[in-house]
Design a protein around this ligand. Structure first.
Ligand code: AMP
Ligand code: MG
Length: 487
């Protein structure tokens, strides 16, 4: 069984409330992440135990688990909400995995808690399967993320615009500490709790800072956040709800609601139905990350210096420096995506040039990057075919890139192999995700979900039967595509 060691409960009394899951009558296991379960120390035999589904529906409390709801606040679409908290989630506890990493085990959709406000504390099967699927896709793309361990159907309906099948997701995270967790205590001027939370978070997520101060903490978080968002931008990922309560201090992607991957390249792309002004569109993500970092810096201000003016000065410098951290992280992602190992002055401009060409031609983001590998080997037609609508910018750009590649002084075959290992063929395309979730929710047919999940576990492979998943959606589909808020 999982061996719990609940440091949050032990060390941070007052920052959470004990809570219980609501009973479900007939829970059934929909999907289990076997390799993740093994990472966490579960033995194959245990996975078949009938208790298992009871633990991950919340009906049974596993030995050692101490379920809590964590307090947090957050800026939602720019507005501060002083109390959010786990309204439909329960932290079961922490497990040290086989590699020695401390990981949170959390139920999502397990019923009401002290933080539920008017919500029912429940979740529907479709959104929980979406979180599971997209989390796995991100993981296999090499992007830091929480992951789904299990999805259990409760056998009971949840009422949204219509009645939907209910489900509980078990989620594994480095932790669930958010920017909003800090904001909660800062807003109450509870500096003692703020300090305990900061010390705990540094010890848990920034052990290299041992002995370092809060300003170094702010700086290292800034760098981690910059790296994460650069990875999102490289993959065309749009989080959709970058509220401060959805930003983890660990640097993992968390809370997959109305998220999606971009199809044709357009920095203004938004998929979330609740993001009417495009606040969280693809191209805004770095600026929003910096805005969120500023909210974090404000929250920890009392820890930075006794003199408020001095504290503001220190914090402002770190927040301003985010831009530089991000530019550096982004350039490093772009160099890899362009097949460049050496560094040259003009590389950022070269990367921008390719994006410009994509924008002009409205070409598919994922495939445009992917087919650079063919072009590196002298076969340009597969790439060119994506830019047929408006090829001039690509025509101008390709010779510049090929000249830059020649200065790498590596064989074309090798560059192409590198490019194929960096630029994925497969992403969870919205229309495929929708098809898979629809079949699972309406008809209980998980075959499309499983096929897609399987394909996304090897996103760089070029095998016959998964190739069809690489096709872009028809443009009409993308233009009107919206994802809903996963509640
Ligand atoms: P989210 O949009 O899922 O990141 O959640 C934002 C806040 O709303 C968090 O405090 C959640 O716990 C809360 N929340 C979302 N859905 C529900 C629900 N169905 N019942 C209770 N609280 C919810
Ligand atoms: Mg959230």
């Amino acid at each position: 069984m999982l061996t719990f060691d609940n440091s949050y409960v032990r060390e941070l009394e007052g920052l959470y409330v004990f809570a219980q899951a609501e009973r479900t009558v007939a829970p059934t296991l929909v999907r289990l992440n076997v390799s993740l379960a093994q990472e966490l120390g579960l033995e194959p035999g245990e996975l078949d135990s009938p208790d298992f589904v009871q633990y991950f529906s919340g009906n049974l409390i596993a030995p050692g688990s101490q379920p809590i709801a964590q307090a947090y606040a957050g800026h939602q679409f720019g507005n501060f909400v002083p109390q959010l908290g786990d309204g439909r989630a329960l932290l079961l506890g922490e497990v040290i995995d086989r590699a020695g990493r401390r990981r949170d085990i959390q139920l999502k959709g397990s019923g009401r808690t002290a933080f539920s406000r008017s919500g029912d504390g429940k979740a529907a099967l479709g959104p929980m399967l979406r979180e599971y699927l997209v989390g796995e896709a991100m993981h296999h793309l090499g992007i830091a993320t929480t992951r789904g361990l299990a999805v259990v159907a409760t056998g009971e309906p949840v009422y949204r615009e219509s009645a939907l099948p209910g489900a509980v997701l078990t989620r594994v995270a480095a932790s669930h500490i958010r920017i909003g967790t800090f904001e909660y205590f800062a807003a109450r001027s509870d500096i003692a709790s703020l300090k305990r939370l900061a010390d705990y978070t540094m010890k848990r997520h920034y052990p290299e800072l041992a002995g370092g101060g809060y300003i170094e903490f702010l700086r290292d978080f800034s760098m981690r956040l910059a790296g994460l968002v650069a990875d999102w931008m490289g993959a065309g990922f749009i989080h959709g709800v970058m509220n401060t309560d959805n930003m983890a201090l660990s640097g993992e992607t968390i809370d997959y609601g109305p998220c999606a991957f971009m199809e044709h390249y357009d920095p203004g792309t938004v998929f979330s139905s609740i993001d009417r002004n495009g606040r969280y569109c693809y191209g805004n993500q770095p600026a929003i990350a910096q805005w969120n970092l500023a909210r974090f810096a404000e929250a920890v201000l009392p820890l930075l210096d006794e003199n408020e003016e001095r504290a503001i000065e220190l914090a402002s410098k770190e927040v301003n420096d985010f831009r530089e951290h991000y530019e550096r992280a982004w350039l490093s992602v772009m160099r890899k995506k362009l097949g460049l190992r050496k560094m040259e002055e003009g590389d950022a401009v070269l990367a921008e040039g390719f994006l410009d060409a994509m924008y002009a031609a409205q070409s598919d983001f994922t495939l445009s990057w992917r087919r650079l590998a063919d072009a590196a080997e002298g076969a340009e037609s597969s790439l060119r075919s994506l830019f047929a609508e408006n090829p001039e910018k690509l025509d101008a750009w390709l010779p510049l890139w090929l000249a830059r590649l020649s200065r790498e002084e590596r064989p074309a075959k090798q560059v192409a192999a590198d490019l194929r290992s960096i630029n994925p063929l497969l992403i969870p395309r919205n229309y495929l995700v929708e098809e898979a979730l629809e079949a699972a929710s309406s008809e209980g047919d998980l075959r499309p979900f499983d096929r897609l999940l399987e394909a996304l576990s090897a996103p760089h492979a070029e095998t016959g039967d998964t190739r069809s998943f690489s096709n872009p959606a028809p443009r009409e589909h993308t233009a009107q595509y919206r994802t809903f808020c996963g509640t």
